[in-house]
Structures are given as C-alpha cells and as structure tokens.
Design a protein around this ligand. Structure first.
Ligand code: ADP
Length: 263
C-alpha cells in the first residue's frame, strides 16, 4: 500500500539492469515515533519532580519560612523528588550505555549464584521492611553464563526489585537457576504479588510503560526497569519471558547462553 514503496536503485554489481529495494516506511515511521515519544516521556518524567521542587521552594520562601514543622516536612518531600530524578537519570544512562553496545555480545564467564546473593544483600533492608524473604534455588554445578557481570547484576537487581515493589508483605521472592538444554541457563524471578493482566504483558518492556502509573511512582519506579532488563537480555543473545496471573504472582524468565556455548 501507501506505506510500502519500491525504490529503483543503480545495480550494485554494475549490470545495466536496475536493482529493486523495498523501503518499508511503516517501520521507519514507527522507529521515528518511538524516538520522539521517548524524548517527550523522559522530559515529562524529569519535569514533574522539578515542578514539585519549585513549588516547595516558593512555599519555603514565603508562607512556610517561619514554620519549622512545615519546613521539615517539605524538605523531606524535596529530597524524595530529587532522589526520584537521580534514579531516572541513572536508568536513562544505563539504557543508553547498553544500547550503544548492543552489537557486541559480552563474553566473560559470569557465575550467577554469587550475583543473586549480592542482590539479596543489597536489597536486604527492602526485603526486611515488608517481612519478605528471598530464596535462591540453584542447581548444583550450574555453569557460568557468557556475559557482562555488571549488567547481569543490574538485571537481577531490577527483577528482584520489582518482585519486592509489586509483591505482598510477608511473601517470598524466589530466584531459580537451572540449566536449560546443553547451552543455556534459565533464570527465573518469581513473586507472590498482585500479578499483571494479560493485556499488559506484551508492552511491559516498553520504556515508561506502567500498568498503574500512580502505584509505580509511589513505590519509586522509573518505568524503565524492564526496558533495561530486555536490552540486557538481548545484548546477551538471550530470551525474556514474562508470565503472570492476577492475584497469584508474576514470573520473569531470562534464558542466557552459557560461557561454554560460545566455544
Ligand atoms: P517500574 O519502574 O514502573 O517498576 P518497570 O519497567 O520495572 O517499571 O515495570 C513496568 C511495569 O510493569 C510496572 O510499572 C508494573 O506495573 C509492572 N510490573 C513489573 N514487574 C512487576 C511484578 N513483579 N508484579 C506486578 N507488576 C509488575
């Protein structure tokens, strides 16, 4: 149709015939739209906390200047907004760093069990807050995967972080590590949380896509966590699967090639 166009090109081999190329304008337009949307969304996400900060600064300059209690409360809110902006900028930088490198597959052998333990330690205070546990269930002799240690740590951190953010207090987050066939390792992070309706599943890894934006913000989400996870998995030539059931929980699976599979 209108979105697909045949283009006549000079024959690269040098015959007199002309080569034909299909230019898929739909794909080009979709990519361009994604880029424009991304800049607009990122600007909006950064502008919102800034506007809040300005509002509180003006209040502190005026009516609240003599009120020590209000001052304390406002400063706490301002700190929270500034921290939100730091998280967002950190996530934006991660995303662009991973994307810049996406054609180079990382190949260092990485043992996933110590990474899972590191994440459990790093998120210990957040686990404890909701009286949650994190269980690491790893197959003995699990082979190392081919990867980038820092990125795999971030992948685990984001997935376990989500399991905590959207999980229920008093429940257990399970990280399971298994071989999958001869050349892959299967990593799953499973929670007993609120779950995600099926219609949202295909869009979860889009930047800034949130099932419940208010809830995501109130638990400190940036809307970029799963987009980062997807990019990391792709860079590792792996596969990402998400399944979920409302009221039961969510399971995110990453299939990653073992170091040995690269030869
Ligand atoms: P956020 O920073 O908002 O958590 P993510 O990219 O990590 O962004 O996730 C996108 C959205 O997917 C979240 O806003 C949330 O609605 C949903 N989500 C992600 N992980 C889970 C989970 N384990 N349980 C329920 N919902 C989840």
């Amino acid at each position: 149709g209108q979105d697909q166009r045949w283009e006549l090109l000079a024959d690269p081999i040098g015959n007199d015939k002309q080569a034909v190329r299909i230019v898929d304008r739909t794909a080009l337009r979709a990519a361009e739209k994604m880029r424009v949307d991304f800049v607009a969304n990122a600007s909006h996400e950064l502008r919102t906390p800034l506007a809040t900060l300005i509002g509180f600064i003006e209040t502190l300059e005026g009516p609240a200047v003599e009120d020590a209690d209000a001052r304390r409360r406002f400063l706490a809110i301002m700190r929270g907004e500034a921290q939100r902006m730091i998280r967002l900028v950190d996530d934006l930088m991660s995303l662009s760093r991973i994307e810049a490198d996406k054609h180079r597959q990382p190949t260092a052998p990485v043992a996933l069990i110590p990474l899972a333990e590191e994440v459990r330690d790093a998120l210990g205070h957040r686990l404890a807050k909701g009286e949650r546990k994190m269980l690491i269930d790893a197959e003995p002799g699990l082979p190392p995967v081919a990867g980038d240690r820092d990125q795999l740590l971030q992948l685990l951190h984001n997935l376990v972080g989500n399991a905590i953010k959207y999980g229920r207090p008093g429940t257990t987050v399970k990280v399971r590590l298994r071989r999958d066939g001869a050349s892959m390792v299967r990593l799953t992070v499973e929670d007993e949380g609120e779950g995600i309706a099926a219609e949202h599943l295909p869009r979860l890894t889009e930047r800034f896509y949130r099932v419940d934006p208010g809830r995501s913000r109130s638990v400190g989400g940036t809307g970029l966590g799963l987009a980062i996870v997807k990019h990391i998995v792709e860079r590792h030539r792996g596969q990402l699967l998400i399944d979920s059931e409302i009221g039961v929980g969510t399971r995110v699976t990453a299939l990653l090639p073992t170091a040995a599979s690269l030869g």
